[in-house]
Design a protein around this ligand. Structure first.
Ligand code: HEC
Length: 278
């Protein structure tokens, strides 16, 4: 009788682990989100760090100063952002909230009317609360760094990741004037090495489509600008799922609990088994 029950328990346990395995693999497909970056090629990899409060605070500040004029975060509340990011409410409201009639419980619905902005830009700037979930963080991180000069476009710029985007390059003053340039790159032979001529010199070929910022044309250098976009993207990942950091922390506790629980069940199983093989 007990043997039979144990058998059933065993089957149940193995089913449980199959389902757990499936869930984990579905989750990792989810983690590989981030659409293809079009003319940019592979998107640059982005690793968020939601426990880095300083980064999230800088990201929030950049967002509210440079993006919130056009983009809302309509599923977030002001108070929640200031609490989660550990910014004292008074400092937050004095420095980052420009409309003094706003209260902590209000949603961040933006300041621009959709009709008006659709008229100005052709498309209304979309709400960005969930953009990191839809596009992926790799995509956003690459997109915001892939603007280049293109006189044929309405705002004089185009974007490798989102060709023909209706969004102007709002961070140009910080980044500087980025252009597409050509470079001489080594030709790769069939065996994977660099091709050389009879004298042993590397054979090169001109390839175009590389991004390059005019030296000194922006307020920030490349590292500083990349880190600004890192913080901004990090903030958008946080906004997309405010409880993500907590959820991931909790996940470890759950796995820890499973380990202990499995060990205890194994001991119990051994204990029961003893009676049957005397
Ligand atoms: C002057 C208005 C304006 C400002 C300021 C602005 N954007 Fe945009 N943004 C737009 C418009 C318009 C689009 C829609 C582009 C399209 O679909 O062609 C857009 C699209 C986007 C998208 C793509 C969304 C999607 O899924 O298609 C992202 C991401 C984005 N903006 C991020 C930002 C960030 C971050 C900032 C601040 C640095 C910012 N934007 C500032 C107007 C603006």
């Amino acid at each position: 009788m007990i043997e039979k029950q144990l058998n059933i328990l065993n089957i149940k346990l193995s089913r449980f682990f199959v389902v757990l395995g499936l869930l984990i693999s579905i989750n990792s497909i989810d983690a590989a989100e981030g659409g293809p970056c079009k003319d940019y090629g592979e998107c640059d990899e982005f690793k968020y760090s939601l426990n880095d409060m300083a980064s999230l605070q800088r990201g929030a500040s950049t967002f509210l100063n440079y993006c919130y004029g056009c983009h809302s975060l309509q599923y977030s509340r002001w108070g929640r952002v200031s609490t989660d990011l550990q910014i004292p409410e008074e400092i937050f409201f004095d420095n980052l909230v420009f409309d003094k009639s706003i209260k902590p419980g209000d949603l961040m619905v933006g300041s621009m009317s959709k009709e008006q902005s659709a008229q100005w830009f052709g498309v209304a700037p979309p709400d960005l609360t969930l953009v990191s979930r839809v596009r992926g963080d790799d995509w956003i991180y690459s997109y915001l760094r892939a603007y280049y000069e293109d006189a044929s476009k309405q705002y004089g710029v185009n974007n490798l990741v989102y060709p023909g985007t209706a969004m102007p390059n709002v961070l140009m003053a910080l980044q500087g004037n980025q252009k597409l340039v050509c470079k001489d790159v080594p030709v790769i032979a069939k065996n994977g090495g660099e091709k050389r001529d009879n004298f042993g010199n590397t054979i090169t070929k001109e390839k175009c489509g590389y991004l390059k910022v005019d030296e000194g044309s922006g307020e920030l250098n490349k590292e500083e600008f990349d880190s600004l976009i890192y913080d901004l993207t990090n903030f958008l990942v946080y906004v997309g799922e405010p409880a993500k950091a907590q959820r991931e922390r909790m996940g470890w506790y759950v796995i820890f609990y499973f380990l202990i629980f499995t060990a205890l069940s194994a001991l119990l199983y051994r204990e029961y088994h003893k009676d049957y093989h005397k």
